[in-house]
Design a protein around this ligand. Structure first.
Ligand code: PRP
Ligand code: URA
Length: 208
């Protein structure tokens, strides 16, 4: 499934602000949540609807609502938490499944340290959120885990993606659509995205 780079002017503007190396933790945090909200809007455009009737002010009114089980949002710890509130602002009743992964900075391999998934994953769409898709290792490990737990429909929301990581995710999970604010140029020799955002987790948590 092709990656979707969101060209909306608000996304382009906010991501441009996030590129500034001297941006405060506060502003970086706020923008990560805001872009998370905008990506959610794009990624949920085709959610199935069902008709129902509400007791309106003038009697019964036909209305529509999102059908089926609630979506589960899946933040990849730690940096994925930096987008969570932004996503939940549009999906306030979503369930949250948490996956803790840390990338070994030498081997670049993702190591899983936490897995707390909600029930009935076979009936829920999962929205995986992580600011960075670099080598793709963390995303692939999360997608493997979700599918093993029964999840059938998964979308990934990332602020910035590297072409190398996109290719790996597409090869391993061709059914998963990736929504991103930017497909950047490449990875550097340390597995960091260029031009990227630097270490997103450190910038969100103020640990740099
Ligand atoms: C970062 C980022 C992704 C991962 C991307 O997390 O938030 O999860 O690296 O890299 P990959 O595509 O090469 O796997 P990190 O492991 O640094 O942990 P953190 O979120 O706790 O900072
Ligand atoms: N993780 C980050 O936070 N940034 C990158 O560029 C790559 C991995």
């Amino acid at each position: 499934m092709p990656v979707r780079e969101i060209r909306h002017p608000l996304v382009r503007h906010k991501l441009g602000l996030m590129r500034r190396g001297d941006l405060s933790t506060k502003s970086f945090r706020e923008l990560a949540q805001e872009v998370g909200t905008l990506l959610t809007y794009e990624a949920t455009q085709d959610l199935p609807l069902e008709d129902y009737t509400v007791a309106g002010w003038c009697g019964p009114i036909k209305a529509e609502r999102i059908a089926g089980k609630k979506v589960t949002v899946v933040p990849i710890l730690r940096a994925g938490l930096g987008m969570l509130d932004g996503v939940l602002s549009l999906l306030p009743s979503a369930k949250v499944s948490v996956v803790g992964l840390a990338r070994n900075e030498e081997t670049l391999e993702a190591h899983t340290y936490l897995e707390k998934l909600v029930g009935e994953l076979d009936q829920r769409m999962a929205l995986v959120i992580d600011p960075m898709l670099a080598t793709g290792g963390s995303m692939i490990a999360t997608l493997d885990l979700l599918k093993k737990a029964g999840c059938k429909e998964i979308r990934a929301l990332v602020l910035v993606a590297a072409p190398e990581g996109i290719a790996k995710v597409e090869a391993a999970h061709p059914d998963v659509q990736i929504f991103t604010a930017s497909v950047d140029q490449r990875l550097n020799e340390h597995g960091y995205i260029l031009p990227g955002l630097g270490d997103a987790g450190d910038r969100i948590f103020g640990t740099q």
